[in-house]
Design a protein around this ligand. Structure first.
Ligand code: ZN
Length: 188
């Protein structure tokens, strides 16, 4: 089922998500719907809070990207970064912040402890785009968005776009939950 994506100023995107205690049929259905919603929106990663579930669960599939064709889709539950190596800067975007991009500095590689879709404990090393996507999605589980990590000058450049999203002006070619607009004199 394609689920609508929660947008920028939605409370669920600012909450610290709860760990899963296991995987049952409802979680399996959610995972399937998350993959479906992500692909429908042409995204490469999606975290459960982005579809309104405050759970420490994320999915990604980078196989549409050049040089990553052989990578399998992954389900990551209760992730915990054990260590990081190096830094790099990449341009990021987010299905919850449509129309906005910006350069973000993050560790280039990481070792991750997590549970897979069978809730088995796994440890893996990730680098390149996969390390990038994992960190972006883990931020969602901690109530952070990539725009929080932009340098001040870059943030100023996109502030107007963010204000429009917060005001409910959302242009996306996939279903979204438009945030409830708080009436303020600033917006009139
Ligand atoms: Zn995102």
């Amino acid at each position: 089922m394609i689920l609508p994506i929660n947008i920028y100023s939605d409370d669920v995107l600012r909450r610290k998500a709860k760990p899963l205690k296991g995987v049952d049929g409802a979680i399996e259905d959610l995972v399937e719907s998350m993959f479906e919603s992500m692909r429908n929106a042409a995204g490469i990663g999606l975290a459960a809070p982005q579809v309104g579930h405050s759970l420490r669960l994320l999915v990604f599939d980078v196989s549409a990207l050049k040089n990553y064709e052989k990578e399998k889709p992954m389900v990551v539950i209760n992730p915990h970064i054990l260590s990081v190596r190096g830094y790099n800067e990449m341009e990021e975007g987010c299905l919850s912040v449509p129309g906005v991009q910006g350069d973000v500095v993050r560790p280039a590689a990481l070792t991750l402890k997590y549970r897979n879709e069978q809730f088995e404990e796994c440890v893996g090393d990730f680098s390149g785009m996969i390390a990038r996507v994992i960190q972006h999605e883990i931020d969602h589980l901690d109530g952070k968005l990539f725009v929080d990590r932009l340098e001040k000058r870059d943030r100023r450049k996109i502030q107007k776009d963010l204000d429009l999203l917060a005001a409910g002006v959302v242009n996306a070619d996939y279903p979204v939950v438009v945030p409830a607009v708080v009436q303020t004199s600033k917006l009139s």
